[in-house]
Design a binder for this molecule. Structure first.
Ligand SMILES: NC(=O)c1ccc[n+]([C@@H]2O[C@H](COP(=O)([O-])OP(=O)(O)OC[C@H]3O[C@@H](n4cnc5c(N)ncnc54)[C@H](OP(=O)(O)O)[C@@H]3O)[C@@H](O)[C@H]2O)c1
Length: 243
């Protein structure tokens, strides 16, 4: 069976995505910084699903390494899923340039760097799928998280263009827009239970949407409606709100 390449594989959502694709027979490249931390997950998945799992070191901000990283893969993947992301508190990001830049680079620049390389290969081969985890935060800039949100907005826009370009080559591109998900990233936040998804549910939604060739996925689906309302608030009202 073909390989799926998962970037940011230590994320709680990525681990569930890995289990879901393995359950459905896909081999995996699990890519992360200090990837040896993923050895237990690799063994667990291999035992449960009888697939081949390779763990690989990968830093999405080490742009110079991306080409050789992709070229050295023994078998090119059928699909790539970009899960890596970085979010610090907005108040920190707006005062500390290093934090601000890392937010932009992990969520946007790094993803563009590796996807430019992979998409050129997929286009040439006329096959493959690309999944990018963006966020509802990219749908409209809010004072509470507009640095992270603007990086995700740029990523969503990149994926939209990529989907448009690759359509004729038969390569599908899925943009995933999660609302709240209970993970390490959000553990310090007080999230409303009914609007918060579990990583396993997000993973299953992603698998189904990718297999069905969908373009954009809101997970939980209620976030489509919430963001539709938020996007349609007139700017002269929106600028006064604290949401
Ligand atoms: N949780 C939510 O409510 C939510 C909502 C909307 C969208 N999202 C998006 O969903 C994705 C997964 O997030 P999560 O909630 O599962 O958070 P998470 O557990 O914090 O995962 C983020 C992952 O990104 C990796 N990462 C950070 N910098 C990296 C770099 N330079 N190179 C490679 N990997 C790097 C982290 O690796 P380390 O483990 O090595 O630090 C971490 O495993 C992210 O793109 C996030 O923005 C999350």
């Amino acid at each position: 069976m073909s390989y799926v390449l998962i970037i940011g594989a230590k994320s709680d959502i990525a681990k569930e995505i890995a289990r879901t694709y393995a359950k459905n027979g896909y081999n995996l490249y699990l890519c992360a910084r200090s990837s040896s931390d993923l050895s237990e997950l690799k063994t667990d998945i291999e035992v449960r699903s009888a697939v081949n799992v390779q763990i690989l070191d990968f830093d999405i901000t080490a742009y110079d390494t991306h080409k050789s990283f992709y070229e050295q893969l023994s078998e090119k993947p059928l699909g790539v899923i970009i899960v890596s992301g970085y979010m610090t508190e907005q108040k920190i990001a707006q005062k500390n340039w290093g934090e601000c830049l890392n937010t932009i680079n992990v969520n946007y620049t790094g993803a563009v760097s590796i996807l430019n390389i992979i998409s050129n290969d997929f286009e040439k081969e006329r096959r493959g799928f690309i999944v990018g985890i963006s966020s509802v935060a990219g749908d409209r800039g809010r004072k509470a998280n507009y640095i992270y949100g603007s990086a995700k907005a740029a990523f969503s826009s990149y994926l939209s263009g990529l989907r448009n370009r690759l359509f004729k080559s038969g390569v599908s591109v899925l943009t995933v827009k999660p609302g709240f998900v209970a993970t390490k990233m959000t553990q310090k936040l007080h999230l409303p239970e009914r609007l918060t998804a579990e990583p396993i549910d997000v993973a299953e939604d992603i698998y189904k949407a990718q297999q069905a060739g969908k373009n954009i996925l809101y997970t939980k689906s209620i976030w489509f409606l919430i963001m539709l309302i938020i996007k349609n608030i007139p700017e002269f009202i929106f600028k006064k709100l604290s949401i």
